[in-house]
Design a protein around this ligand. Structure first.
Ligand code: ATP
Ligand code: MG
Length: 205
């Protein structure tokens, strides 16, 4: 990768719902790696996600838009949601490479997600296309990446950057469960997202 290229961050996720863990991670990555902006990409049909009844794409897209609204450096892409068939990260990154020719692309993930990605078949191809930012996440040890990394060629391992993020033990799974249980979700995610969840009766089954 050449120096002085502009940098863009891509933050992929199911975002069901988006929460402060995602937002803090994206902002910290943007600041530490000098990215011009971060694009949130709600997942279409992820080949690896086994959970059934993921909320409709239009809800996840709308919640993500509401979450990033107050940050001029954040935006949202519907490219995975619009694409037919399963969404492979490698295709998503390729599409952004074509759109942002000459830019350096950073794919931002939490420690859990990066460990999963390192086991994918096309990981080497992926790492040739972009750098990875592996952010700390409570409950997941970034050091456990070590073993996975030894299986990759040396030029690949340098493309994975670790990032220490102020720890927020927030997950979408926990938020969905809280809604089901009638427990509060305020302060775990932006007000506008909380209001949207209640107005549309999400996660109540
Ligand atoms: P779920 O519980 O449904 O899996 P989630 O909270 O893990 O939801 P995802 O949409 O799966 O959210 O995550 C998108 C990306 O954000 C992943 O790379 C994940 O590792 C990262 N991420 C999610 N929550 C946090 C957090 N609290 N701190 C750091 N990274 C996070
Ligand atoms: Mg997750």
């Amino acid at each position: 990768m050449q120096r002085n290229n502009k940098r863009i961050g891509l933050m992929g996720g199911t975002f069901d719902p988006v929460h402060y863990g995602h937002l803090v991670t994206a902002e910290e990555a943007r600041c530490q790696f000098g990215m011009e902006k971060v694009i949130f990409i709600p997942a279409g049909k992820p080949p690896h996600k086994t959970r059934k009844n993921i909320s409709q794409p239009r809800h996840r897209l709308e919640m993500t838009w509401r979450a990033v609204g107050s940050n001029p450096d954040f935006t949202v892409s519907d490219q995975e949601i619009k694409r037919e068939g399963l969404s492979y990260t490698v295709d998503t990154i390729q599409a952004f490479r074509e759109q942002y020719e000459g830019w350096d692309i950073y794919f931002i993930t939490g420690a859990d997600a990066v460990l999963e990605i390192l086991t994918w078949k096309k990981v080497e191809e992926l790492l040739r296309k972009c750098c990875f930012v592996a952010a700390s996440r409570p409950g997941f040890r970034l050091e456990s990446m070590g073993e996975e990394l030894t299986r990759l060629p040396a030029e690949c391992t340098g493309r994975i950057k670790t990032l220490e993020v102020p720890a927020l033990a927030i997950s979408s799974t926990n938020i969905r469960q809280r809604v089901r249980d009638g427990r509060p979700i305020r302060y775990l995610l932006p007000e506008a997202v909380k209001d949207y969840i209640y107005r549309h009766g999400l996660y109540t089954d």
